[in-house]
Ligand binder design. Sequence first.
Ligand SMILES: [Zn+2]
Ligand SMILES: [Zn+2]
Length: 92
Amino acid sequence: MKSILQRNTEECFLCHTTRDLHWHHVYEGSRRQASERHGFVVRLCARHHNMSDDSVHGNEELNRRLKRLCQRVYERTHTREEFMEIIHRNYL
Ligand SMILES: [Zn+2]
Ligand SMILES: [Zn+2]
């Protein structure tokens, strides 16, 4: 998989550890496949993925921050309309 948020996906996006890595889809549910196709994914260690209160699945604020960041990065090279066609929601 390729990530638009991360050049090196062999480390955790948040703490840079190289152990115990998971792929996280920034936009999930029905938008999971679209997230993969467009690189809206990041590599996270277990702790930052879903194994603690500091994880993107355990901390709603962190989750939202990642969604906003991903949209912002995508819109450096694409329009808001293009983002909306893929994700159907504006986080900014
Ligand atoms: Zn981590
Ligand atoms: Zn996840």
